[in-house]
Design a protein around this ligand. Structure first.
Ligand SMILES: [Zn+2]
Length: 315
């Protein structure tokens, strides 16, 4: 089900800067580049590199990024952007092309330097079932696009954001690079600490809905033993859940995981039947609580998984 959308405002008022940009002409570097992102994780990453920029996220953590409506607010935000950062690999195939056409902003059209797709050039995990799903549901024909929960890939995307910003705004280039380098040092330290903390999770099985957590599981060396979706993009069905229950009874997972935007009923039902914890995890930064920042997001995810492991009943 679609969650009602609430547009987040540009962080800094845009009208004055926009007018100035028009006066200076499109080729002139903008003092505070306008950045449009399709998902909140790219907004958070852009803010690390360009804290002064005007940053707008088209979606929030409680929305399913596969299914977004091309609302007028999103079109006008994209129209003003100097740089757009989206996931790509088909995640926004249902709405981004329409936004680009309606916004008519040459800076962020496909292939333009101002259009950055986070997944471009990255080795994506294959989507095991996509061949079976050609006619139904949505498919990840280009590979699994949900890369944002692998912090190693976030570091690669951060470097590309800094490069693009430097190209768009040469006057700010040294600032973008300095902030990137400082952040990478800190981020690498955090990644080491997270992996150490997550050691007890090694080899544990998870049942999840969709492949939303595939990169997180790979990074922490958990594995997804089953999917609540019968085929990608198709909501769980009773017969599929019954089948899962039969198979999982033999070898129950550590927990059942779902995102903030998925229907909680199927996961709850299965977790209860299997007597395993149900964890509802954010897949991106949120507007409140610990996962407000990228580092808080990973702190939160790892802690929630460790708690689930503790809660598991002894067998
Ligand atoms: Zn997906």
């Amino acid at each position: 089900m679609r969650t009602p959308t609430k547009p987040s405002p540009w962080r800094v008022g845009g009208a004055a800067t926009l007018a100035l940009g028009l006066l200076l002409g499109a080729a002139q570097a903008v003092a505070k580049p306008g950045i449009f992102t399709c998902e909140p994780e790219w907004a958070a990453l852009a803010r690390v590199i360009a804290p002064e920029a005007q940053i707008y996220s088209a979606t929030h953590a409680r929305q399913d990024p596969h299914e977004i409506e091309a609302r007028p607010a999103l079109i006008s935000a994209l129209r003003r952007a100097d740089l757009a950062i989206c996931t790509g690999a088909g995640l926004e195939a249902g709405w981004l092309p329409m936004l680009q056409t309606r916004a008519g902003n040459a800076r962020v059209m496909p292939g333009a330097p101002g259009m950055l797709l986070a997944t471009a050039g990255l080795p994506l995990l294959p989507d095991a079932h996509h061949h079976a799903a050609r006619d139904k549901g949505h498919i990840h024909a280009e590979g699994n696009p949900h890369i944002q929960l692998d912090p190693r890939l976030l570091a690669q995307v951060a470097a590309r954001i800094a490069d693009r910003l430097a190209a768009i705004d040469p006057a700010g280039a040294s600032g973008y690079r300095t902030r990137l380098e400082r952040w990478l040092v800190e981020w690498n330290g955090r990644m080491e600490a997270w992996q150490k903390a997550a050691k007890p999770l090694f080899g544990e099985a998870m049942i999840a809905e969709h492949s939303s957590f595939a990169y997180l599981f790979r990074w922490l060396e958990l594995y997804q033993s089953a999917d609540l979706e019968p085929i990608p993009g198709v909501p769980p069905t009773v017969s599929h859940l019954q089948g899962l229950l039969q198979r999982a009874r033999e070898d129950p997972p550590m927990a059942v995981a779902q995102t903030l935007y998925q229907d909680p009923q199927p996961g709850r039902w299965l977790a209860e039947k299997l007597s395993v914890p149900l964890v509802t995890l954010p897949t991106t930064v949120t507007t409140e609580g610990e996962p407000r920042t990228l580092e808080g997001l990973f702190d939160h995810l790892i802690r929630a998984l460790l708690v689930a492991r503790e809660q598991r009943r002894p067998r």
